[in-house]
Design a protein around this ligand. Structure first.
Ligand SMILES: Nc1nc2c(ncn2[C@@H]2O[C@H](COP(=O)(O)OP(=O)(O)OP(=O)(O)O)[C@@H](O)[C@H]2O)c(=O)[nH]1
Ligand SMILES: [Mg+2]
Length: 291
């Protein structure tokens, strides 16, 4: 009998959750950046092996804050943990576990029977796996503790074996050739957002959302898709457009290059920038943005 499980990934912002999902799925499923709180949705990646199927749920980094936007991100993450068969708690071994890490660990004690504790970034020079292990053993004496590098793809076979050993028997939910269940339009918007985050600084990465406008198939089989980059202020709009349009052009070209590696048809992007000062506090908009 094959195994199948929903596996949610918990961890603080920038722990490497999305990098891990991509490494396990072997495809770029979830966007990655050095900026904390890059992931805004419970993005699913699918792993197919002879043992069965794992549906990985990448989640927004758990962050303690009173802001409505952050509360919504946290709610998305908590829902994913509740529904999961197995929860990976990913800990960044290059950062000392402070009060925020302790708060997350305490919140996860309630589901410790389905927890697999994973120490990430062991490839990094400033990694302290020993300290991470002591922290995890203190909170979850029963849970397995593994060490990996999601970036260098170390320890992943052992992690997969542990995940399958804790997965219930059952049939696959998705056809074996699937590695994600995301709609193409969502993936396009996410890739564009990744380029925005990686080319901007300070508050701008969090002040932008990418809105799908429309698309059409061209005669040569390629797709032309229009997206708006929505910012909160005119000054941010100026930065996103850049000198003589240089920034928006770079974002478009890099996103198109990535998308052409993902889809089997060429994607031509049409990007515009517009301002909506209230998008991050608009409850209805947040709901549409973060499913
Ligand atoms: N050295 C090292 N860096 C890593 C590793 N895994 C992830 N990173 C880096 O850590 C940063 C954050 O990675 P993400 O995968 O975006 O982290 P995340 O947990 O999804 O972050 P949020 O979506 O913001 O919650 C990126 O710069 C990654 O390249 C690792 O194993 N080793
Ligand atoms: Mg992420």
């Amino acid at each position: 009998m094959p195994k199948s499980a929903f596996v949610a990934i918990a961890g603080r912002p920038s722990a490497g959750k999305s990098t891990l999902v991509n490494a396990l799925c072997g495809e770029k499923v979830s966007i990655v950046s050095p900026v904390p709180q890059t992931t805004r949705n419970a993005v699913r990646g699918i792993v197919n092996r002879s043992e069965g199927q794992l549906v990985l749920m990448d989640t927004p980094g758990f962050h303690i804050s009173e802001k409505r936007f952050n509360k919504r991100l946290t709610a998305v993450a908590v829902d994913a943990f509740r529904d999961a068969d197995v929860v990976i708690y990913l800990l960044d071994s290059t950062r000392k576990p402070g009060p925020e890490e302790a708060a997350l660990a305490s919140a996860l004690v309630a589901i410790s029977m389905k927890l697999v504790a994973v120490i990430n970034k062991i490839d990094a020079r400033d990694s302290d796996a020993q300290a991470a292990r002591a922290f995890l053993a203190g909170h979850f004496p029963e849970a397995p503790i593994l060490e990996i590098s999601a970036l260098a793809k170390q320890g992943l076979d052992e992690l997969l074996a542990t995940l399958f050993s804790r997965s219930p028997e059952g049939h696959a939910w998705y056809p074996a050739e699937y590695y994600t269940d995301q709609e193409p339009v969502f993936r396009m918007a996410e890739i564009i957002r990744e380029k925005v985050i990686n080319h901007t600084r300070e508050e701008l990465p969090h002040a932008v959302y990418v809105s799908y406008e429309d698309s059409r198939k061209l005669e040569d089989g390629s797709l032309e898709a229009s997206f708006d980059l929505v910012t909160e202020r005119d000054s941010q709009k100026g930065i996103l457009i850049g000198k003589a349009g240089s920034m928006i052009r770079m974002i478009r070209e890099e996103a198109e290059a990535d998308l052409n590696g993902i889809f089997d048809y060429a994607v031509h992007l049409r990007l515009s920038v517009r301002v909506d000062p209230n998008w991050r506090t608009d409850e209805k908009r947040l709901h549409n943005l973060i499913f």
